[in-house]
Design a protein around this ligand. Structure first.
Ligand SMILES: [Zn+2]
Length: 331
């Protein structure tokens, strides 16, 4: 039905389409690139990779092409002589979106997939176990640390040092005080909040300018800015302006810290990760960030679950465990 339609758009039609698209795709554009066949997408990426090898550096043309296409508005051919009725057009848009998503998904599935295990609020009871599990399983992990906790006891200072000296662990910034768990008050003064992160960096001698905001799922890095709650946004913007990258999470795993009883079982959390990876619904396709907290693994039960999750991923997928420093891998 749509085949052969003229690629023309009248002003009246444009107004109508804009209105009907606001809820799903944002602004409209009619770039011919949107009509590229899948093979061209993959070839384009491969060309980019070849160029990258030739010139010997990473930022190149093909990179991110598939991921970008997932977010692009769709291309709408319009026949001015016999325009589609509103409901048929909506069906057409829906089908077209599905077609693009499916074809990009297939193309992306040919590329590597990356999982990021991130642990917040350490050092806490549980940190030493996480440190040994990462060594035993030989997987890279990311810890977002709270400086204040490292000074609460000799044992926690020692646990922090375990992390710091483990080459499989990268230590990042989760603020010095953890906002004393009064988030709105903390973020109402972005300058003192900023200083709290800076203090943490100095006290813990953190080597990377990578931050997760306490109590907020905010992402600001490269060309991305996504804010869950406005309170926290000014602090995050200030940090980003000063060279920090701010990362949230895609999936959260919750376990009761004292009983070690999971809110979601290993199977549930594993399925969730797989769904994000397969549906390309994470912040960056082919990259899934999992959030956990150190105190979830203070007892044997919890530790066993963490080991089982790692085993399950290693046995059933070819995901690579990565450092947030290298986030995201774009294809
Ligand atoms: Zn936290």
């Amino acid at each position: 039905m749509v085949k052969g339609m003229k690629v023309l758009m009248t002003l009246g039609m444009a107004t109508f389409l804009s209105a009907s698209l606001i809820s799903c795709q944002g602004s409209m554009n009619t770039k011919a690139a949107n009509a590229l066949p899948d093979s061209a997408l993959v070839e384009g990426w491969e060309d980019g990779l070849k160029k990258e090898e030739a010139i010997g550096h990473k930022d190149t043309v093909g990179r991110g092409m598939l991921a970008k296409r997932l977010k692009e508005p769709i291309y709408i051919p319009v026949d001015t002589l016999s325009p589609l009725r509103k409901d048929s057009l909506e069906i057409w848009i829906k089908n077209e979106k599905r077609r693009i998503r499916d074809s990009v998904r297939l193309a992306l599935d040919k590329f590597p997939k990356h999982i990021y295990f991130t642990f917040d609020d350490g050092p806490l009871l549980g940190s030493a176990a996480i440190d040994s599990i990462s060594r035993a399983k030989n997987v890279k992990i990311n810890v977002f640390l709270v400086g204040k906790h490292a000074y609460m006891s000799k044992a926690l200072k020692r646990d922090f040092e375990l992390y710091y000296n483990n080459p499989l662990v990268e230590c990042y910034n989760h603020s010095y005080t953890h906002a004393n768990n009064r988030f709105t008050t903390f973020y109402s003064n972005p300058i003192s909040a900023y200083d709290d992160f800076e203090k943490n960096e100095v006290e813990l001698k953190l080597k990377h300018k990578i931050i997760r905001l306490p109590g907020r799922n905010i992402w600001i890095y490269d060309d991305v800015r996504r804010v869950d709650l406005q309170s926290g946004a000014s602090t995050a913007d200030m940090l980003y302006t000063n060279g920090y990258r701010i990362f949230g999470w895609d999936v959260e795993w919750k376990i009761h810290g004292l009983t070690g009883k999971p809110i979601q079982s290993v199977d549930e959390i594993y399925t969730r990760i797989r769904n994000y990876m397969d549906n390309k619904s994470s912040m960056e396709p082919n990259n899934v960030v999992l959030l956990m907290h150190d105190d979830m693994f203070r007892n044997k039960k919890g530790q066993q679950l963490l080991s089982t999750l790692i085993d399950t991923i290693q046995r059933n997928t070819n995901y690579t465990f990565e450092f947030m420093r290298n986030y995201p891998f774009r294809y």
